[in-house]
Design a binder for this molecule. Structure first.
Ligand SMILES: [Zn+2]
Length: 422
């Protein structure tokens, strides 16, 4: 059996303890069980990211996502495992990273978390200065069988036409004191085919009342209808919506820095992580398509491959010029750089030799290994890997492949010596 045996439970820990102590203990247990639930969700998410990445690798084996988190970086000879005591998580180092927010579930999680934090800072700075942030969603009518690439190109052209139009720049923005925006692209797939859409945050110097909000929505909707028509697209009554942010931002900002794991799904999450969330409307996000493919749905795999070819290389998040500087944010880093960032408190935990790493990959255990390492105890990781190696040996024996494979034959003697010293 894989993994580490659980510690022995202590029987009847509350025997003979007064009731008041039991109540106190129960409260502690409730908190403890919440922490355990959160950790279990986090562990499951880690395993799921690697599992979905494996599906992506099968569908697009020549893209960088197929090497991401599997191949050693140039000049490296072993996989390093780091541990971050702050959030009790483990990380791999010295592996290639693809940095794709579209194709790679693991990189997308890392990049979108960084983007979310930046957006939260931008929203917080605006609100602190007496301003307000609203979210606009732009969509167009779409049909089953629509060509995704053609639809996306026209959709992008419509958006550029609208935000470059005099009515938008010289009338709408000054009238409502809109001083910047951040636009995020995403798509899902439903019964009407591909559904690309933009979420856009509008940064205003002052909050709007309900009447002003309705006026702004009407003005944007009219201009968006013209923009879509210019490209031969049509919008229906759902083509544009404007949403006040309500308390979500305030809630988020008040909790920011203390408990990010449990923060509410604020608009900054909507924008930065909409791409990685699960679709709410019955449609499928790109990751849902990978899940369906994993379950045997070949058509879902074909759709995902089409999506990957069209979205690869496109920018997911676009800030209006000067907005970051205006709000005191640092210069934006590339997706690849954002995906490679490790927590500042991450420290070395141990090395995994190339021979062992190949076994970890063979059994699809990258996520499980990180979860074991999140305890910060290398001995647990060593036992986990030893379990995998024993399983590999047993598999080979079952298939009549004795004697066992020679260790690390791919490495030159100098590197074998390096492994021997670890
Ligand atoms: Zn990646």
């Amino acid at each position: 059996m894989l993994g580490i045996s659980p510690d022995r439970a202590i029987l009847n820990p509350l025997a003979g303890v007064p009731l008041g102590h039991i109540a106190k203990h129960a409260a502690t247990r409730t908190t403890a069980s919440k922490i355990a639930d959160s950790a279990a969700r986090r562990d499951a998410a880690c395993i799921e990211r690697y599992s979905l990445q494996d599906q992506a690798r099968k569908l697009v084996p020549h893209e960088r996502v197929a090497r991401c988190g599997r191949f050693l970086s140039p000049q490296q000879t072993a996989v390093e495992v780091l541990h971050s005591p702050g959030d009790k998580r483990a990380h791999y180092s010295r592996l290639e990273r693809c940095g794709s927010v579209w194709l790679c579930p693991d990189c997308a999680a890392k990049v979108s978390e960084k983007r979310r934090i930046e957006l939260a800072q931008a929203v917080a700075a605006t609100v602190a200065a007496g301003g307000a942030v609203y979210m606009v969603t732009y969509t167009v009518q779409h049909h089953l069988g629509s060509d995704l690439e053609g639809l996306l190109d026209k959709f992008g052209a419509s958006q550029r036409w609208m935000t470059g139009h005099r009515t938008y720049r010289e009338k709408i923005c000054p009238a409502y004191q809109i001083f910047g925006g951040v636009r995020a692209l995403e798509t899902n797939h439903g019964c009407n085919g591909w559904h690309p859409h933009y979420h856009s945050l509008l940064f205003l110097s002052y909050p709007l009342d309900a009447a002003q909000l309705a006026e702004l929505e009407a003005a944007l909707r009219a201009l968006w209808a013209r923009a879509a028509a210019k490209q031969g697209l049509a919008m229906n009554e759902h083509g544009l919506s404007l949403r006040a942010t309500g308390g979500a931002v305030a809630d988020y900002v008040s909790k920011y820095g203390r408990d990010p794991e449990c923060s509410p799904w604020g608009i900054e999450s909507e924008l930065a992580k909409s791409h990685v969330k699960r679709a709410r409307d019955g449609g499928a996000t790109p990751w849902d398509l990978l899940r369906r493919y994993r379950a045997g749905d070949v058509q879902a795999g074909q759709l995902w491959r089409e999506y990957a070819g069209v979205f690869k290389g496109r920018q997911q998040l676009v800030w209006s010029p000067n907005l970051r500087a205006l709000l005191g944010l640092e210069e934006e880093v590339s997706d690849a750089a954002a995906a490679a960032v490790l927590p500042g408190d991450a420290v070395h935990l141990g090395w995994i030799t190339l021979a062992d790493w190949l076994i970890v990959l063979r059994y699809g255990q990258r996520g499980h290994l990180l979860n074991v390492a999140s305890a910060g105890d290398w001995e647990r990781v060593r036992l986990f890997v030893a379990d995998l190696c024993a399983m590999r040996l047993a598999d080979r024996r079952r298939r009549g492949l004795e004697p066992p494979e020679t260790p690390a034959p791919l490495l030159p003697p100098r590197q074998l010596h390096f492994f021997a010293s670890l």
